[in-house]
Design a protein around this ligand. Structure first.
Ligand code: 5GP
Ligand code: MG
Length: 484
């Protein structure tokens, strides 16, 4: 009962005197690609907590009137990923609580894989739960005291031992922003599956405000500067004492950042681990051109996520890069579902072929991934309708063959096309003249360049999961919550 899987965007800001709700709104707007199902903001003035959550895009979830009551000097925000599960406001984040130690709010990106165990242990402790969400479990676990924890001081806040315990007991993926009266905590699971970074914001009174965010693309729009990533297994607090950092000696970091963030998920103008996502995507494309060249006239990337890989492929192949598909930029996540006939052609609602560039050309179509396999076929047909003489599909990642349990909704084994079919069968299925994927080795070489010592999670490509997927193995480690 871990609830729907969710890739999401999280944010936090400590900036007394600034309009933190408005800044959070614009940061969530920059993180819109990480979740379109719901958006929410929680602020605090140190005593009270103010929250607004709404369904849909950030601009649908918030009006000026919704922002105005969100006062205080600190805020967290959350964008929730659309899943196949029910779209309900009840699962929208941030989640908030009042505690003996002031307000406590939490925004979570990822998926806690031992949620069933944590849930049972919390319920046995008498903690009430109101959703099926693994994120609510993380929040409630923070509200439970740690037995024998030292008296809190300004330098050793009450939340640190509780966050350390969470790092020990919660398995899977979690990048968290946590709202308290003493600043914002940012926490990354010991594998560091999902990204999280720290920024600095100059304030009008000469002081420095701080940001924590899923991606660095949130920083420039709000006038902030990138400082560094939160490290796997690290607990960071930003607040009146600047940037502070803790770890738990029993939650050793075992870095396994999600490679799919580089392939598809993150925004191209973000830096992950200090490296440009756009540049890495170009290198995937270049590498793919070396591995699987093809006789052709032009290279077309699938907007928007595969444009850098398309540019890289063209450079690597010495071919002309040109626009061949126009994407309706306003498509977003719509609540109006096309009727059955249109749904079959849903790709046509989103893309139009540019006949002027395609007529009579042998086209290399570069996309970043094939997951369920329902997009590539219609795209190939669209290019042929637009006059392309040949369509050669090149995918800038290896075949996705396995589900993700760490927060990306790639579907089940049954739904994932490369789990069922060979590359040749997929080529036939999508009607391409040829099809090739980037090799796993090629992808990992690109990702590991300059950070060879780091580990990555590529489980969706190779089934090599960095965590045990057996829920219920953490009972012993949880004992200190249980017995507290
Ligand atoms: P599929 O093969 O499932 O029909 O779709 C592949 C396409 O969806 C690619 O163009 C890729 O950019 C995009 N894609 C890959 N992963 C995700 C995801 O997690 N969510 C969404 N909305 N699109 C994805
Ligand atoms: Mg795409």
């Amino acid at each position: 009962m871990s609830g729907p899987k969710h890739e999401c965007g999280v944010f936090g800001i400590w900036a007394p005197g600034a309009d933190v709700a408005r800044l959070t709104f614009f940061a969530l707007y920059a993180l819109q690609h990480r979740g379109q199902e719901s958006a929410g903001i929680a602020t605090t003035d140190g005593e009270r907590v103010f929250t607004h959550r709404g369904l849909g895009l950030v601009t649908q979830a918030f009006t000026e009137d919704d922002l105005r009551p969100l006062v205080g000097g600190a805020a967290i925000g959350h964008n929730r990923y659309s899943t196949r599960g029910a779209t309900t406001l009840r699962n929208a984040q941030p989640f908030v609580l009042q505690t003996l130690h002031g307000p406590l709010g939490l925004a979570h990106n990822g998926n806690i894989t031992n949620a069933r165990t944590l849930r049972r242990l919390l319920l046995e402790k008498g903690v009430g739960l109101s959703t099926a969400s693994d994120s609510e479990l993380a929040l409630q676990a923070l509200a439970v005291p740690v037995a024998g924890a030292p008296e809190p001081t300004p330098a050793h806040p009450i939340w640190v031992p509780r966050l350390q315990r969470l790092l020990r007991v919660a398995e899977g993926a979690y990048s968290l922003t946590v709202l308290t009266r003493d600043g914002i905590f940012a926490v990354r699971d010991p594998h560091g599956f999902r990204p999280l970074c720290i920024g600095e914001l100059p304030l009008d009174d000469g002081r420095t405000g701080y940001i924590v965010a899923s991606e660095s693309c949130t920083l420039p729009p709000i006038g902030a500067r990138y400082v560094r990533d939160v490290e796997p297994g690290e607990i960071v607090r930003v607040g009146p004492r600047g940037v502070e950092s803790w770890r738990d000696p029993a939650a050793l970091p075992t870095p396994a950042m999600c490679v799919f963030e580089y392939v598809y998920f993150a925004r191209p103008d973000s830096d992950l681990e200090g490296r440009s996502v756009h540049l890495l995507r170009q290198r995937f494309g270049e590498r793919l051109a070396q591995e699987s060249p093809v006789e052709a006239d032009i290279v077309v990337g699938v907007p928007d996520s595969a444009l850098p890989a398309g540019i890289g492929f063209a450079r690597g192949a010495g071919l002309e890069y040109i626009e061949g598909l126009i994407k309706n930029r306003y498509i977003g996540r719509t609540f109006i579902q096309p009727d059955a006939k249109l749904r079959k052609d849903k790709v046509r609602l989103k893309y139009t072929p540019l006949r002027a560039n395609l007529e009579g050309k042998r086209v290399v179509l570069v996309d970043d991934s094939i997951v369920r396999g329902s997009t590539a076929g219609p795209l190939v047909q669209l290019l042929r309708d637009g006059g392309a003489a040949e369509v050669h599909v090149r995918i800038s990642s290896p075949p996705v063959r396995h589900p993700c349990f760490m927060g990306v909704d790639l579907g089940t084994h049954d739904e994932i096309i490369a789990h069922q079919k060979s590359v040749e069968e997929i080529r036939a299925h999508i009607g391409a003249d040829s099809l090739a994927y980037l090799s796993r080795a090629g992808m990992l070489e690109v990702v590991r360049a300059e950070s060879a010592e780091r580990g990555y999670c590529s489980a969706c490509f190779d089934g090599d999961y960095p965590i045990s997927l057996e829920d219920g193995t953490t009972k012993l480690q949880f004992e200190d919550i249980h017995g507290a």
